[in-house]
Design a protein around this ligand. Sequence first.
Ligand code: SF4
Length: 664
Amino acid sequence: MRKGHWISNSNYVQKIVKKQPLVFGLFRTIFATNKQALTIKWQSMKSLDPKFIPMNQNDLDELGWDEIDILLVTGDAYVDHPSYGIAVIGRLLLKLGYRCGIVAQPDWKNPDCLKVMGRPRLACFVTEGNMDSSLSIYTVGRRYRKTDAYSPGGEIRKRPQHAAVVYTQLCKQAFSKIPVVIGGVGTSLRRFVHYDYWQDKLKPSVLVESKASILVYGMGEKAVTEITERLENGEPLAGIRGTATLLGKKAAEAFEHGNKYVVLPSFGAHKEDKDQLLESTKKIEFEMNPWCGRGLTQLHGDRMLVQEPPQEPLSTCQMDEVFDMPFAMKPHPSYDEKIPAYVTIEHSIPAVRGCPGGCTFCGLVAHQGKQISYRSEESIMGTVDQFLEDKNFRGTISDIGGAASNIYGNTVYDEDKCKKCRRTSCFYPKLCNNYNPDGKPLLSLLKKIKATDGVKHLHLNSGLRLALAVDDRQKELTKEVIHHHVSGHQKVAPEHLDKRVVALMRKDPPEDFFKYKKIFEEESKNANKEQYLIPLLISNFPGTTDDEMKVVGKYLDQENWSPQQVQDFIPLPLTIAGAMYYCGKDPKGNEIEVHRGLKERRGQIHELKRKRGKGGLTKRDFRRGHNQHRKDEVNKSNDSSSVSSGPNKKKRSNKRKAKNQTSD
Ligand code: SF4
């Protein structure tokens, strides 16, 4: 019997206890450690932990499996790393005792390529990959990208546009009447009527186009657990938090909204009136709080999309359960070429989910939500130990990742207030009084990792949220980061320097950037380091006039900076900024200037890109930043106490324990 359960609201445990009393001893009840945590039961009859999720019949034979329960289909190459959503879901299913196989980047014109491991017993789970497939394929100028970071060798055209729709059809062709579950960030952002920038048109929900059985939005562990259990028991899939389903005509007519569901403008209404997209996006955002948010419905002709309220975020204990699963931390051995996206995260540590910032252009918050979940220090140190065992590890950890590094360990003073809160951002228009940007947890973690034998460098490439970095409660953390965790240059994201534009973005005021720059320069000097600040700036954000862009241009002139990276605005589905772009209005309904074609956009791109005079921050400075970083590395290498191939894992954790006891 291969079943498991991760949610506490079921009689399923009772059933199993009656049927198989012997396995009851294997049940584990895991209580979350933080106060706001859910109580979770995770009982696992026979968790499976192959080195990699099987990809073909040979892999199945080696494991001695005669079939798979679930087939995972993804648009990315398969990398068994917790930064990859499909790997997390696969590992979770294995942990629950389900045998799953994975087909990565299938030939979407050939249904037979899904049959390499036979028909799955329960269902197919489909994702476009770690990015929306259109975004993976096309640039902001709607041209083909030269590489696909999630493919071996960066090879392009390994996935179709609208991959969730295409793959779902492929699954249905390969296995008749198979239930198909779709999820992942691209699907999440396209779950309602949305504007597709690359096709330049309004589109219905991806659930309508794909005809999948159910759509999972947000981070999917809890929803997937419940869906799998229902599939196993032959139960209907409706009513699961964090999912959306489609009702036929009769069921739609009979559906009772009560106080639990809010009606969104229909697809037809959107087609007649452009402004409806802004209205519906605001309503969706308003209902995103998992504790007080309601369900949403949207008519597509006579069918009705029903979205259940969001799943509650994972507690620290649950995050640890997820991230401590036995990931190989590597691409599947069948790939000969390097996968560019993996190279950048090979030795980085995913630590935080969610973002309280609520920036209007960001797809992450529309997908992961505003509530922060983070791993415990112990779990993260476990990953550090794993790196130390890796022969490719040279002593540099490239990041402790999340939407921003300095949201790790942040808390709130009163949880009940948050459970009723409808604010779209905890930081905008000003930092909420209830938010505690506590810098101590990250500071403690950084110090601990820094003191670990075998770790030479720890960089924070996720960047810092400026409003928090300049807050007194993070003073010590900010200093520590600038002194020890900058890789020659540090990226920060003011995004713009005009007050009206940053307000439209819901970003920190420009003063925070100026304040941080001063701190950065002073502390770099104190640390006797030559390192540079790289401001990330956006051109052509909806509502930005050319005069407002010149505010940024003038500042760059004054500082003699030539930015290496220019982000030209891309309207993502389900974001307020995407709706502003489509409607040509700000969230209050005022008309705004929007630059659409490349010709209109060029002026603002040029304002950012143009080369400043001599001495500006150019490629040379980047090299100098790198040289400084290399110098540090050499210095550290000469210090034999800081470099070592490292004692074995057990010795290291014993050492750490001893250190902790001493400090206690
Ligand atoms: S009460 Fe404050 S901290 Fe809590 S969710 Fe609302 S804005 Fe954020």
